[in-house]
Design a protein around this ligand. Sequence first.
Ligand code: ZN
Length: 299
Amino acid sequence: MGLVGGIEAGGTKFVCAVGTSSEASAARTEFLTTTPDETIGRAVEFLERQAARLGRLIAVGIASFGPIDLDPASPSFGHITTTPKPGWQNVDLAGVVRRSLNVPVAFDTDVNAAALGERRWGAAQGLDTFLYLTVGTGIGGGGMVAGKLMHGALHPEMGHMRIPHNPQRDPFPGSCPFHGDCWEGLASGTAIQARWGTRGEDLPSDHAAWPLEARYLALGISNLICALSPERIVLGGGVMRQAQLLPLIRQGTLELLNGYIRVSRILEHIEDYLVPAQLGRDAGVLGAIALALEKEASG
Ligand code: ZN
């Protein structure tokens, strides 16, 4: 049973774990993201220590904040590219880990990795075309089409889609530094806090914030359903811990689709179609482990 490593590289913290195909997480640690040298160094050191204890590492998966370069033909493949996070522009994250540990490295976005983790252990088992969305500090989306993680010119940046915004109803201009009122700018946890002056988790569950939030999430989700035809959409992230949201999002999505898409998995089984993530706060690092297991299986 080969040991693999997982690194969830987040802008705020790194989470590292090792696992095998039968035990998803045999050991785990997390620490704050500081400078690239120090932070990547700590991740490498943790994985080396676990390998000395549990056996040789056969692959490492990295689930990274972005934007990142996923084009194997590009000279900056494996790099974090244009992030606004100071010190982290053009950092060769995958390369440093590969050279330090001398193992094959699988590298992808945090949301694609979380999608893969949900498919292996969570809410997307048995599906080949599905999405994973996280609604937290930002909004991010990844997933699979026909059994392959979604890549391309860059990688999906679903949080920066444009959705209708009526400034009479919601005068908040949006919080995205690039676009103002893109989806993330209107509906992320950052936007909720900026619009209402209070963190979402401190707002009561019957606050006017939530129907508006559900409306924005349903708008983006109905666009994604029309564009990508997923078999299921898995919703995670801190904002989705508000239990009152998901029923409102399901209802809003059905209203927006308005009977046009006639498939029973949406029309009749919306509660199995828009579903909560099952891997919780560890979705990212478990996704990184899943990436490594996939890499190992494919050679
Ligand atoms: Zn944006």
